[in-house]
Ligand binder design. Structure first.
Ligand code: PMP
Length: 412
């Protein structure tokens, strides 16, 4: 991996805000110059809608779609480009899966999910289950809050229709080994549909849909150094073929019959991509994938794991546990989830921002059932990415050490 200084230089936000420590990567990562420039370059120089085909720029627009689709396919190790559907983000992808397979779900079918999931993953299943009179069951977790595979196996039966979970949750961040979990599920009931939310892992750990043998996988570009407004739904071809579209419109139909109230669909991926895509974003997304590929996703993972380990040691050495509750120091995801004992998380986040220029996020992080696991809904999340440094972690630790400041700050 190049020197961290060279990586940081690629991020205009870091160059402009020299003192800012950006620890809100779980919400969105910063974007490198190449990504920012690409989005603007597309709008400036290519400009065309890829639904047009008759002139040079329109041809180029189509090339952009093809190129990025191929890059995504290779990045996640899918079988072919048709299995890559562009969406507006993980939320749309997750909704497309749940509502797209609802016709396959019958009364009393079981949907298994963990209660650490993000609302974008939980809610579509809640709505679909209610509509179809299906049953949602919570997947039991291990002590480290990853999925307890043995207990999950005991829950799987003939009624199990869907098992869905995130590779890494956006709060606790325990790693669920998709490959091992899915292998076990297939052994017990090969008909179960497995849908994985990879929003928090996609920019941090290698994704391999073929080896994982996953049926659906969802993620957003903006959490992997890419632009806002672009996401991916991966699906095995046989499943995408069966999926009912979540939206209807231009580009997905070859003909429409008003008398029969029917239409002739285009083949995938077009059938599931109605409307003009975020083509300038898709152009920039290619640059984000190239950024990750140039560094190497395994190297990124190794570096970030090192940062988490460093943070853990610094927290323990400085005995911060006396004043703070830490919820996930044991796992290697680049998320540090904590609370100050007896203090309001938002006050701590504001103190970190005001006094130390450290950007973290406080709140429920859209994971509304987390309190059923760690007995608190509201936490502070410092989430790291490849441009963060041990020096920045030292500053966080120093800020937390000065915990008496918190009260001064509150009553100032
Ligand atoms: N799943 C998880 C685990 C997430 O962290 C997020 C974003 N916080 C989402 C889904 C939804 O992603 P988006 O808001 O980009 O659609």
């Amino acid at each position: 991996m190049p020197k961290i200084k060279n990586i940081r230089e690629q991020f205009p936000y870091l160059n402009k805000n020299k003192k800012t420590i950006y620890f809100d990567n779980g919400a969105t990562t910063l974007k490198p110059e190449t990504v920012i420039k690409a989005e603007s370059d597309y709008l400036t120089y290519i400009a065309a809608n890829p639904h047009s085909v008759d002139y040079e720029s329109a041809f180029e627009a189509n090339e952009v779609l093809l190129k990025t689709r191929k890059l995504v396919k290779e990045f996640i190790n899918a079988d072919n480009e048709k299995e890559v559907i562009f969406t507006s983000g993980a939320t749309e992808s997750l909704n497309q899966v749940a509502f797209g397979i609802e016709d396959l779900i019958s009364e009393n079918d079981e949907i298994l999910i963990t209660n650490l999931e993000h609302s974008s993953e939980l809610l579509p299943w809640v709505i679909v289950a209610k509509k179809k009179k299906a049953i949602i069951k919570e997947i039991p977790l291990n002590n480290d809050l990853s999925i307890d595979v043995d207990k999950l196996m005991k829950m799987i039966n003939k009624k199990t229709k869907v098992v869905t979970f995130s590779t890494v949750s956006n709060t606790i961040g325990a790693w669920n080994d998709s490959q091992a979990i899915i292998k076990a599920i297939r052994k017990k009931n090969p008909k179960v549909i497995v849908a994985v939310d990879a929003a928090q892992s996609i920019g941090h750990i290698k994704t391999d849909v073929k080896n994982w043998d996953v049926d659906f996988l969802s993620f957003s570009a903006h959490k992997m150094y890419g632009p806002f407004g672009v996401g991916v739904l991966y699906g095995k071809e046989e499943y995408l073929e069966q999926l009912t579209p979540f939206k209807y419109g231009g580009g997905m139909s070859a003909s429409i019959n008003l008398k029969e109230l029917s239409y002739e669909p285009e083949p995938i991926p077009a059938r599931l991509e109605a409307g003009t895509p975020n083509i300038s974003g898709i152009y920039a997304f290619a640059k984000a994938i190239e950024f990750i590929n140039d560094l190497g996703i395994d190297k990124i993972h190794e570096y970030e794991t090192g940062l988490k380990e460093y943070a853990k040691r610094a927290i323990l050495t400085n005995e911060l546990e006396k004043e703070f509750d830490f919820y996930n120091l044991e796992n290697d995801s680049p998320i540090i989830l904590f609370n100050a004992k007896g203090l309001n998380p938002q006050d701590i986040a504001t103190y970190l921002a005001n006094d130390y220029d450290i950007d973290v996020r406080s709140g429920a992080h859209c994971a509304r059932l987390t309190d059923e696991v760690i007995k608190t809904k509201i936490t502070i999340r410092a989430s790291l990415a490849v441009y963060n440094t041990t020096k920045e972690i030292d500053t966080l630790v120093e800020a937390l050490k000065n915990s008496d400041h918190f009260l001064d700050h509150l009553f100032k």
